[in-house]
Design a protein around this ligand. Structure first.
Ligand code: AHN
Ligand code: ZN
Length: 330
């Protein structure tokens, strides 16, 4: 063995020694966060819940279809293990008609102090005032997207909550009489009568939720959910977190980071009156005269506008919010 080769083991040992003795203390390996198991949102199931509602016909307040849909909705939530409250109220519409409304409140773990609130409106509009055909404007609408889509997503979420229970209180509120407002009137309080009633008459005294998410028109093909100013002024942190999560999940075609203006919807009254921070997921397409879908408040708001992929993008995102919040990871 040559002189030089005899030193190689010594050199190697020295290298090992040096590598082991860096003056940096070895960092603690980061504690792996417990993996959040988010149930898979079934888009076909949600689609069926939308179509079942539409099959009743227009769910205009005071109509027979409205009464039938109410009974069916309450039955569904009870079947999914929720404790249901039917909050009846009367409110005078801008037309002078007295509306017999009912907010449907489906509760999971009503006594859990840590809660999230999810909502949609279950009534459909009494007139199609934006229909291109003048002769159809005095007829009610089916409201497949405007009403039924949000409720369909929430029914599927309720089904998942029963199948995958968590230690978090969840309230699903279906507001009534959202869509009986006066379109060209000045008074925005003619809209959202059910949410106004609820916000002024909480179903439990001093009811609180960490935050709320409203779903309105969440089923149309290529829907575009923007950051509305009402949500952004009352609940910007939640809004940004939900949009970021949706984008990370691959839904950035739907959840776009564009700001849009003030929006009168149920979340406005929940924020202002009940003071629970609530955001709205609502379709605001580009190049639309009304700011909403081309079918909005027309006879065209039927099942043909509904796309299962949009329902899933919204439903899967909301499920992720719920199950992450449950694990302290939202
Ligand atoms: C107004 O048109 C004032 N607000 C839109 C809220 C709405 C109507 N959502 C569904 N229909
Ligand atoms: Zn509407």
């Amino acid at each position: 063995m040559s002189h030089y080769l005899r030193f190689i083991p010594v050199l190697l040992l020295g290298l090992v020694f040096l590598a082991g003795c860096g003056n940096e203390p070895t960092p603690e390996p980061p504690k792996p966060k417990p993996e959040v198991k988010v149930p898979r949102f079934d888009r076909d199931s949600a689609y069926n819940y939308v179509s079942r509602q539409v099959a009743f016909g227009p769910r205009v307040v005071n109509s027979d279809a409205h009464k039938q849909a109410r009974a069916w909705l309450v039955d569904q939530f009870k079947g999914f293990g929720a404790t249901v409250i039917e909050q009846d109220f009367q409110a005078e519409a801008y037309t002078g008609t007295v509306l017999n409304g009912t907010n449907i409140i489906a509760q999971y773990q009503p006594n859990n102090p840590k809660r999230i609130l999810l909502a949609a409106h279950w009534d459909s509009r009494h007139i199609a005032d934006y229909d291109p055909d003048e002769n159809k404007r005095d007829q009610p609408i089916l409201g497949a997207d405007d009403g039924a889509s949000g409720v369909g997503v929430l029914l599927e979420i309720a089904r998942q909550l029963q199948a995958n229970p968590i230690d978090l209180g969840v309230d699903i509120i279906l507001f009534d009489a959202e869509d009986y407002g006066e379109s060209k009137g000045e008074d925005y309080t003619t809209w959202c009568l059910g949410s106004q009633h609820w916000a002024n008459n909480l179903h439990r005294s001093s009811y609180r939720a960490e935050f709320g998410i409203l779903l309105d028109m969440v089923g149309a093909k290529n829907a575009r959910f923007t950051l509305d100013e009402t949500s952004m002024s009352f609940a910007p942190t939640i809004m940004n977190k939900v949009w970021k999560l949706a984008q990370d999940m691959g839904y950035s075609n739907y959840f776009v980071s564009e700001k849009t203006g003030i929006l009168i919807d149920d979340h406005l009254f929940v924020n202002r009156i009940a003071r629970i921070p609530m955001i709205d997921i609502i379709n605001r397409p580009l190049e639309s005269e009304t700011g909403f879908g081309h079918y909005w408040h027309t006879q065209g708001d039927d099942m043909s506008v509904i796309d299962r992929r949009t329902l899933r993008a919204v439903g899967q995102t909301v499920l992720a919010v719920i199950y992450r919040l449950n694990n302290g990871q939202f």
